[in-house]
Write a protein that binds this ligand. Structure first.
Ligand code: GTP
Ligand code: SPV
Ligand code: MN
Length: 586
């Protein structure tokens, strides 16, 4: 074992114990330095774990391909191991902690023979933030090491924040033979520990992200009085220089990265949108009674398909250098391509599985859940506040999902409890971000169905309780960019044009936009919604996008009950009452 680069006894003891279990040939203590990055990259290239992309076009960029059955989060293999099943709740896969430890330690025993165990110290959140947390990930994947370097503040900074204590997340990741039957993402909230086996897909193996920042994070947040959410954080600067901070929870692959990097249309170009975070928010009440949010991450692990210069120029700039691409397609000259990057695909490509690909076939060239992993620093629209340890005060929380019918473009909750209800009953068509069927409508409360590390009913209670800690709570809104017309085309142009919706939201939080009372909540009247300069969208189209069809909504309200029955034992009565009020208003 090479000498540890920390004197923290809890760290050294745990690494020794895990090395004893996994029996790697070598233990490598990462320090996060540039020299280390260069040598690990060389190693990854030599071993064929990464391919070097065209360095003239994409300086510092590399390519990774994962095995064909390991390209998305495995929700059915994700376990919450609490002492009792009630703590995990009916929306999680529960497993008994002792048995699960035994089973997974059995799988990992000797699992790193002939390999190197990398010790990754990392910090989630800006150094010095009261919300920041230290994690240690032990992995035998160089792809994980190089990705964690981008996604987190990795290296000595984590040991400095940790000091000499034992309070860090213990994450063990063993690649093993990459067999689906041995794939587990097991969480032990009581021990602040995670074990992940037989996968090399981001959400399953970058343990600081969904595992620590959301599943373990939400469990801790419930105990400690804060919120760990699947939310982007953005700063909206008005033409007069006033900054408003907004979070938004959309389910996986439903538009967070795009909204967080939004470029306003020419008509609203005097507004400046900047990204604080694109996937996760940790939020805590401040002394002034407002809710403060930090982004625990330092990079973007974003969806490639659909990303282009028109839809998201800031993402395109972010991924132009120092980026790791996974499961996209390759051009003959070492460039990358995915569906939607250009209108016309190149004449020949190598697809995400490594096979020759030409246009016209049925299969996409890039996997629908192909991703980029890019440093937050690359984003030309990055907000300076992303490094502020105290976080940013949130004025509005937006919920939203991907729904082809029924759900209007935008409405505002009447109050906090109603807002929690519309978040709790969020629904969305499933996407390629998780394995399983795509396009099926499911309830995804607050976009947290796959990420809430404890009982969902208690999670709703916690949201309701948070109101009491806030004298100036964020206002709550609901949006749907994905409603379609009779021809199946998106009614709303989306992307940069979402600025128009955001403007109404921001103006509402400052009390300077009007709204009408509708059965679902407050909606913008025709004069409150800025349509100036829009090409194929007018007041009639807006009315279509905002339509509330009472028959559709009766069915929708009934389907809320599916979730509520499932969670009945712990469902707050306030939410059942909100449902009654909704039905009465309809
Ligand atoms: P995760 O990283 O999985 O949590 O996803 P995300 O919520 O950050 O989603 P992202 O912004 O990456 O968008 C996912 C897909 O939705 C991409 O293919 C986008 O091009 C598409 N998308 C994003 N915003 C819009 C929009 O306003 N309208 C339409 N039609 N599509 C959008
Ligand atoms: C998501 O699926 O919500 C993601 C990608 O943000 S992953 O990190 O893989 O979970
Ligand atoms: Mn996500």
């Amino acid at each position: 074992m090479i000498k540890p680069n920390t004197s923290n006894p809890a760290v050294i003891g745990w690494v020794e114990e895990m090395a004893g279990l996994c029996q790697p040939d070598r233990v490598f203590w990462c320090d996060g330095s540039e020299a280390e990055k260069a040598s690990l990259l060389e190693e990854a290239l030599t071993q064929g774990i990464l391919l070097r992309l065209n360095q003239k076009k994409l300086p510092g960029c590399y390519y990774h391909r994962s095995t064909a059955d390991d390209v998305a989060r495995s929700e059915d293999r994700t376990l919450i191991c609490t002492p009792t099943p009630e703590e995990a709740g009916p929306a999680n896969n529960w497993a008994a902690p002792a048995e699960t430890y035994q089973k997974l330690k059995g799988l990992c025993a000797g699992g790193m023979r002939g390999r190197t165990l990398y010790v990754i110290p990392y910090l989630m959140g800006p150094p010095g933030s009261p919300l920041a947390k230290v994690g240690l990930e032990l992995t035998d994947s160089l792809y994980v090491v190089l990705s964690m370097r981008i996604m987190t503040r990795m290296g000595q900074v984590a040991y400095r924040e940790l000091g000499s204590g034992p309070d860090f997340n213990r994450g063990l990741h063993c690649m093993l033979k990459m067999e689906a039957r041995h794939r587990y993402i097991a969480h032990f909230p009581q021990d602040n520990a995670v074990i992940s086996t037989s996968s090399n897909y981001g959400g399953n193996v970058l343990l600081g992200k969904k595992c620590l920042a959301l599943r373990i994070g939400s469990w801790q947040a419930n105990k400690q009085g804060w919120l760990a959410e699947h939310m982007l954080i953005l700063s909206a600067e008005s033409p007069t220089g006033e900054k408003t901070f907004v979070t938004a929870a959309f389910p996986s692959s439903c538009g967070k990265t795009n909204f967080a990097m939004l470029v306003p249309p020419p008509h609203l170009a005097a507004w400046k949108i900047r990204t604080v975070g694109d996937d996760i928010a940790w939020m805590k009440p401040g002394a002034d009674g407002r809710l403060y949010a930090i982004n625990p991450e330092a990079g973007y692990f974003g969806v490639a398909p659909g990303t282009n210069e028109r839809t998201n120029p800031n993402a395109m700039a972010s991924i132009a250098r120092d980026t790791i691409y996974t499961n996209v397609a390759l051009t003959p000259d070492g460039d990358v391509w995915w569906e939607g990057k250009t209108d016309e695909p190149p004449a020949e490509l190598t697809d995400w599985r490594g096979r020759p690909w030409t246009p016209g076939g049925n299969e996409p060239a890039a996997h629908p859940n192909s991703r980029f992993c890019a440093p937050m620093k690359n984003n030309p629209a990055g907000a300076p506040e992303a490094d502020d340890p105290k976080g940013v005060p949130i004025s509005a929380i937006i919920f939203g999902g991907r729904r082809g019918t029924t759900i209007p473009l935008v409405y505002q909750a009447f109050n906090w409890i109603h807002g929690v209800y519309i978040g709790a009953t969020m629904s969305s068509e499933t996407t390629a971000a998780a394995t399983g069927e795509v396009g099926k409508i499911r309830r995804d409360p607050m976009g947290m169905l796959p990420f809430c590390g404890y009982n969902m009913g208690q999670y709703f209670q916690h949201w309701l309780r948070m109101r009491k800690k806030l004298t100036n709570p964020p206002r709550i809104f609901y949006v749907n960019w994905f409603r379609r017309d009779k021809e199946g085309k998106f009614l709303w142009p989306g992307f940069g044009e979402n600025m128009r919706v955001l403007k109404w939201i921001v103006d509402r939080t400052h009390g300077r936009a009007d709204a009408w009372e509708a059965p679902l909540g407050w909606v913008p009247g025709p004069r409150d919604f800025d349509l100036d300069g829009m090409k194929d969208f007018d007041a009639a189209r807006l009315a279509q996008a905002q339509e509330i069809d009472v028959e559709d909504w009766r069915r929708e309200a009934l389907s809320h009950d599916e979730l509520f029955f499932k969670l009945y034992a712990d469902l707050p009565k306030e939410l059942a009452f909100q449902r009654e009020l909704l039905v009465a208003r309809l």
